[in-house]
Design a protein around this ligand. Structure first.
Ligand code: MMA
Ligand code: CA
Length: 313
């Protein structure tokens, strides 16, 4: 062992203080230590408090934010609900409007149908009136032409001029057509040569026709096409003479509305679509110059073909 260290160890320890002082020092140290510990605890507590306060504040902020959000959400939801209700109402209104329009549409189409019917009635009415007016005009022209002829005859004129192939009797001309035709086509054949199917008004005229007409029968201008049993002449003149075969008219079979003159000259109502071999047309004769030099009315005279009336447009 080192003698020096031996020396050091062996140095007698110098006592610093007395036992009381030591105790006081120990107490002081203890107090200081407790104070430090307490300070630390207090600091920790304060810090914790601060943290808690912060946390509380944050939580309060969050809660208020959440409640604000929820309020906003609620109000949004309410707005959406009211919007949905509004949309529903609008849809209902639209449906009602659609229904109303549908009913209006059907009413309009009903009205339109009515108007169409009214219009077509009006059209047919006006057509009928036009036809009646044109018939009356034709009859008046016929009357005028006949009066004119009578005037000319009374003034000494001879009114017996007929076109070629026409036969004169009194103041009329007759055309005895031959060929197979139904009544309607015989009518067309007459109007093609500015005449019409014959009308018969006296036994003399009938005798003349009987002598000249085809032996197998000819169509004449008498018919009851418009009303069964009501026979009328094509020229609208009165049915003031008749020469029916006994038992006729009998409207035999499917209906007989057109009249033919048999070979004997007697009349028979026949089926209008029957094909007969002959027909008789007539027209008024034209007048020559007066027999004397005395003038009979204005020069020019009646229309060249008094029976020819232009058809209604
Ligand atoms: C035919 C036809 C009629 C007519 C009778 C007369 C059979 O039918 O010409 O129009 O009335 O004969 O018997
Ligand atoms: Ca008959």
């Amino acid at each position: 062992m080192n003698p020096q260290s031996q020396e050091f160890v062996e140095l007698p320890r110098k006592r610093c203080c007395g036992r009381g002082t030591q105790l006081v020092l120990l107490g002081l140290v203890t107090v200081v230590l407790w104070a430090g510990l307490l300070t630390l605890l207090l600091l920790w507590h304060w810090d914790t408090l601060q943290n808690l306060k912060q946390l509380e504040e944050t939580t309060a902020r969050n809660v208020s934010q959440v409640s604000k959000d929820s309020e906003r959400h609620q109000s949004d939801q309410m707005a959406q609900k009211s919007q949905a209700a509004q949309i529903l109402q609008t849809v209902e209104e639209l449906r009602a409007e659609q229904k109303r329009m549908k009913s209006q549409d059907s009413e309009l189409s009903w009205n339109l149908d009515g108007l169409h019917e009214y219009l077509s009635n009006l059209k047919s009415q006006s057509l009928n009136e036009r036809r009646r007016a044109s018939d009356s005009l034709e009859r008046l022209q016929e009357e005028v032409a006949k009066l004119w002829i009578e005037l000319r005859v009374s003034n000494g004129s001879l009114c017996n001029t007929c076109p070629e192939k026409w036969v004169n009797f009194q103041q009329k001309c007759y055309y005895f057509g031959e060929g197979i035709k139904r009544w309607l086509h015989a009518q067309y054949a007459c109007s093609d040569i500015e005449g019409r199917l014959v009308s018969i008004h006296s036994p003399e005229e009938q005798d003349f026709l009987t002598k000249h007409a085809n032996r197998r029968g000819s169509w004449i201008g008498l018919h009851d096409v418009d009303a069964e049993g009501e026979f009328i002449w094509m020229d609208g003149s009165a049915v003031d003479y008749s020469n029916w075969h006994p038992g006729e008219p009998n409207n035999h079979g499917q209906g007989e509305d057109c009249v033919m003159m048999q070979g004997s000259g007697q009349w028979n109502d026949a089926f209008c679509r029957s094909e007969l071999g002959a027909w008789v047309c007539e027209r008024l004769a034209t007048c020559g110059p007066p027999a004397t030099s005395a003038s009979a009315g204005p020069p020019g005279g009646p229309p060249a073909h008094p029976l020819h009336v232009p058809p209604a447009p």
